[in-house]
Design a protein around this ligand. Structure first.
Ligand code: GDP
Ligand code: IMO
Ligand code: MG
Length: 422
């Protein structure tokens, strides 16, 4: 079976940490979408690692890791990432597999991303500028280059052809500061190195493993509210981040999907532009940002912070078919006198449990419920029953309202700071 772990909000829910924890129960961890716009943080023995493309199972010695066909790969970033883990995981190359059908991010995709965002001015999406949008655009336009293409004798010629197209397109956008020649030199050096890695037919690879009874954990990137179809369009990323994306992002059939583990913070964050109904501004937002260390793992940008939003979570639980919940960063709320959770949306003169089709256009206000803070440190607690009563009540209340069991509770960035409930 393929179990799935994915974010139920706008990303950065703590997917990396939890995938790393769960990985030891699996044979394979596989990324199925997104690219180096993702930043998944792992804290192992006090050392911090941020993964962008490599699956978060790489630190578990028995686990194979697959970068699936649904992922977009920037060779330069991937090689840098490999270097950053090489000392800690010397044999990572033996356990890392890359789907030949994964699309390649060219330097000129990044140039276009930057130029297109510059053209949007105030309406910008707040992209990570990693070339994600233009690369998926080329995939759909049926002209992209794929990982397997690097092995072909005409790769350079095909590269030049696509780059020329990109440079033509770039002319209609503002000129941006981008050293294409330097980036290209890095790109081709990285491509050479990648030829020495295990490029596979990802769909055969994973299905053979499944036939042999192996267990797979699919690792989501971004969050469901950034999904290209169901997120806060147009302020979204360019892939299907929801569980449906696993099938076409890995080449597995729907009946192979088992548990869908949805992960949420105990509050909510968003990085980049776009609607965020439960956002907190001023001192309240700043306090949460500082307490949670809410700065982007990929770009370092401050994350916008707000309260947990139940209608939003019900929406993404529905879209993904979530069977288990994980809540992270509850420790960030340790000092709070009072915390809030959004319980309903008001728009169009009505109260609703459903999100409007366009969060951008609607004038929305939210209803909130307050909870008394537990005001104590959670360090070292290993059992749910040892949590302060107010925290237990808060968790019970969430799982009742969301109608999905809360199986894991994360109380710190470290691998060990995770409580599992039966
Ligand atoms: P991802 O993109 O979903 O993998 O999440 P990020 O790594 O971008 O952001 C999550 C951040 O929170 C990282 O800095 C993690 O080390 C940290 N983190 C994860 N779980 C917890 C937790 O339970 N408590 C605290 N305080 N930090 C956490
Ligand atoms: P992880 O996997 C949070 C956001 C960007 C921007 C929008 C589009 O670490 O949770 P893109 O670069 O895809 O064109 O940006 O999506 N975004 C993320 N926000 N976490 C991420 O990944 C994100 N990946 C993209 O900030 O608003
Ligand atoms: Mg992240």
């Amino acid at each position: 079976m393929v179990d799935v772990l994915l974010g139920l909000q706008w990303g950065d829910e703590g997917k990396g940490k939890v995938v790393d924890y769960l990985a030891r129960q699996y044979d394979i961890v596989a990324r199925f979408q997104g690219g180096p716009n993702a930043g998944h943080t792992l804290v192992l023995d006090g050392q911090k690692f941020v993964l962008h493309t490599i699956p978060s199972g790489i630190f578990r010695p028995q686990v194979l890791n697959l970068i699936g066909n649904g992922v977009v790969i920037d060779p330069t970033t991937l090689i840098k990432e490999m270097e950053s883990i090489a000392a800690a995981v010397p044999n990572f190359g033996e356990r890392l597999f890359i789907a030949k059908k994964a699309q390649l991010i060219l330097p000129s995709h990044r140039l276009l991303d930057t130029a297109m965002e510059a053209a949007k001015g105030k309406a910008k999406i707040g992209s990570t500028l990693r070339g994600i949008g233009p690369t998926y655009t080329d995939k759909i336009a049926r002209r992209g280059l794929r990982m397997g293409d690097i092995l072909l004798p005409n790769f350079k010629a095909r590269y030049e052809e696509l780059k020329t197209e990109h440079l033509k397109m770039a002319q209609i956008y503002p000129t941006v500061d981008f050293d294409l020649a330097e980036q290209e030199a890095n790109f081709f050096a990285a491509v050479e190195t990648l030829k020495g890695h295990q490029l596979v037919d990802g769909e055969y690879f994973i299905n053979k493993q499944l036939t042999q009874g192996k267990k797979v954990l699919a690792e989501g990137a971004q969050g469901s509210m950034l999904d290209i179809d169901f997120g806060t369009y147009p302020f979204v990323t360019s892939s299907n981040t929801i569980s449906a994306g696993v099938c076409n992002g890995l080449g597995v059939a729907p009946q192979k999907i088992g548990e869908v583990i949805g992960i949420t913070k105990a509050y909510c964050t968003r990085v980049g532009s776009g609607p965020f109904p439960s956002e907190l501004f001023g001192e309240e937002g700043e306090n949460l940002r500082q307490a949670g260390g809410e700065f982007g793992a990929t770009t370092g940008r401050p994350r916008r912070c707000g309260w947990l939003d139940l209608p939003q979570l019900k929406y993404t639980i529905m879209l993904n078919g979530v069977t288990q919940l994980v809540i992270t960063k509850v420790d960030v709320l340790n000092e709070m006198e009072e915390l809030k959770v959004a319980t309903a949306y008001n728009y169009g003169g009505q109260k609703s449990q459903e999100l409007p089709h366009d969060l951008v256009l609607e004038d929305i206000s939210l209803d909130y419920r307050s909870y008394a803070g537990w005001k104590s440190n959670l360090k070292g607690i290993q059992k749910f029953e040892d949590f302060p009563q107010k925290l237990q009540d808060y968790i019970h209340s969430l799982e009742t309202e969301l109608d999905v069991p809360m199986k894991m509770i994360s109380t710190g960035p470290e691998r060990e700071a995770l409580i599992i409930r039966d």
